[in-house]
Unconditional design. Structure first.
Length: 557
């Protein structure tokens, strides 16, 4: 480039420079005009959406209008109580949770309003000390045991809204990893005696949650505490968990309804009970969602933020999820938002078959962390690597509610954060990487409720645009069934080894005895040898040569 300029006369250099400046100015003017055309502001929440950096043609939204109209109509039917989850013959009613007047029957309306009132009454009594531990102590900690939608939403809210002023400190067990469970329980230590435990499972049959419940109950008993006086069930009426809670006389039971899916349950008792115990305002949270719902009921694609989001997802991935969704919130409090959205988006949209029975393999991959941390992690690839994504920047305009110092004359850390956001956005755009921006005034209960509602509606709209059922999860159920089969096979392996007191087995020999896949058997035997003192493994030159045996007289089964 320097050689090119060196070959020019001064007059020619001025000409080239002026042409470049004029080109740049024209591009900036075009970008500014497009920003204004595709900028949407939600006055009730002071939230804005900018999709101008997505490179769709102006005709795209018009071309999508027939599908958009269908999506609006189907959403109206869903909110009106239509069977919108045909596979399970269920209504889909998470929108009613923040506006019970939208519920299709008086019975449902009463169930919602009375449950919210019951949550508030229970939490008030816990906070005031009217409800105490069996020893008469005030509860200071809340342990949430759940998985998937029964944990991700409460975790996100706890992290986003938590502060030193929390009424109770939240802790989570969200897996069946005994080491992870042990870390949480050991971390509580003596505070276990002041810990209220919420066990959350709609079906009551979720094994990960069941296991966490049993290990936690054992920890209470080991500490000389009668766990039923500490346990609260959040589950479906008549479920296995509900029956246990009734039989053992747990402290409290809250309902979950079959018309609320796990990944959209955060505004039911699943999310309201833990966040209220933490000290967050559930009424403001629900109000924020209701305001966003009102904004996303507008039957105009350009004026409906959820439809605009859904259309951008469709455009970016050509209606087939061909590009990943990268979530980049520039706020520590929103760090878990991408994790929450992974389930909401991927479990809802990742489907093999569409509503007409056609093989479609739909879905959108979601990942992210937070800015500006990402600029020191994977933004390098986003800018210069494979262009297989579109980015969503989330801007929080309020930097802090505490006094900020100048890290440089007239510049705060928050100014740097804003600079990094806009700088990264500009760098991605200049590199031909598409992106959109959501701007919110602050992170509080109202805004968090609104963000959740925005993405819930966008997911519903997108599902109609690509003709899939967003409200079931057959792949998850398939995984559960496969795990159950392996556990049943493990029991068979143990029984076979015990029946032959002194025998050694290779994976092939045991597979023949159990009529099973030798690789499945090999992994089971390896797992048992690592975790059962009475199973030994003699390593061979390759997996098929490994030999496994049970100690004689161990009595294990």
């Amino acid at each position: 480039m320097m050689a090119f300029y060196a070959s020019l006369s001064k007059k020619e250099i001025f000409s080239v420079t002026n042409q470049a400046a004029a080109y740049y100015s024209a591009r900036m003017s075009e970008s500014w005009q497009r920003y204004q055309e595709y900028y949407l502001h939600i006055d009730s929440l002071d939230i804005s959406l900018d999709v101008s950096r997505m490179k769709f043609d102006d005709s795209f939204i018009d071309d999508m209008q027939p599908r958009v109209t269908l999506a609006f109509d189907q959403m109206n039917e869903l909110e009106g109580g239509a069977i919108s989850n045909p596979d399970e013959n269920r209504m889909v009613g998470h929108y009613w949770l923040r506006d019970a007047d939208k519920a299709p029957t008086e019975l449902l309306k009463e169930a919602i309003t009375s449950t919210v009132a019951d949550v508030s009454d229970f939490v008030s009594k816990v906070h005031s000390g009217e409800i105490t531990t069996p020893q008469g102590q005030t509860f200071t900690e809340v342990l949430i045991i759940g998985i998937g939608g029964s944990a991700l939403g409460p975790q996100f809210i706890a992290d986003a809204l938590g502060s030193s002023a929390d009424r109770m400190t939240p802790h989570f067990i969200d897996n069946t990893d005994p080491d992870g469970t042990g870390r949480v329980l050991q971390g509580l230590g003596e505070r276990l005696s002041r810990t209220l435990t919420l066990v959350i499972s709609k079906s009551g049959g979720t094994k990960e949650t069941r296991n966490g419940m049993l290990e936690t109950a054992a920890a209470y008993e080991a500490a000389g505490l009668q766990y039923p006086g500490y346990f609260v069930a959040i589950t479906g009426d008549g479920s296995d968990l509900d029956n246990v809670a009734v039989k053992e006389k747990w402290l409290k039971r809250f309902p979950m309804w079959d018309w609320v899916g796990g990944r959209t349950s955060v505004m039911s008792t699943v999310g309201l009970v833990p966040m209220a115990l933490q000290g967050c305002d559930i009424e403001v949270f629900l109000s924020g969602a209701a305001k966003m719902d009102a904004a996303t009921r507008v039957h105009s694609a350009k004026k409906n933020p959820a439809m605009l989001l859904a259309l951008m997802w469709h455009y970016a991935g050509e209606g087939r999820g061909r590009k990943d969704m990268v979530i980049l919130p520039y706020k520590d409090r929103l760090m878990l938002f991408s994790k929450y959205l992974q389930q909401l988006v991927m479990e809802s949209l990742g489907k093999e078959i569409d509503l007409d029975g056609h093989l479609v393999n739909q879905g959108i991959a979601v990942y992210g962390n937070k800015g500006s941390t990402d600029q020191h992690a994977y933004v390098q690839q986003l800018r210069d690597g494979v262009n297989n994504f579109f980015a969503t920047f989330i801007e929080v305009r309020q930097n802090s509610h505490t006094d900020m110092i100048d890290v440089e004359p007239g510049v705060t850390s928050g100014d740097y954060l804003q600079g990094f956001l806009r700088g990264t956005r500009a760098a991605l755009t200049e590199g031909g990487r598409e992106n959109l921006t959501i701007s919110v005034p602050d992170v509080n209960a109202e805004i968090v409720g609104a963000l959740i509602a925005l993405y819930e509606r966008a997911v519903g709209f997108y599902a109609t645009l690509v003709n899939i059922n967003a409200y079931h999860q057959p792949g998850v159920e398939a995984g559960k069934k496969a795990a159950t089969r392996l556990l049943e096979l493990q029991e068979k392996v143990l029984a076979q080894m015990q029946s032959q007191n002194s025998s050694e087995y290779t994976a092939d020999e045991m597979a023949e005895s159990c009529e099973a896949d030798p690789e499945d058997i090999y992994h089971i035997l390896t797992h048992l040898a690592a975790n059962r003192d009475f199973i030994t493994r003699a390593a061979g030159s390759r997996p098929a040569a490994d030999r496994f045996s049970m100690q004689t007289g161990s009595g294990a089964a």
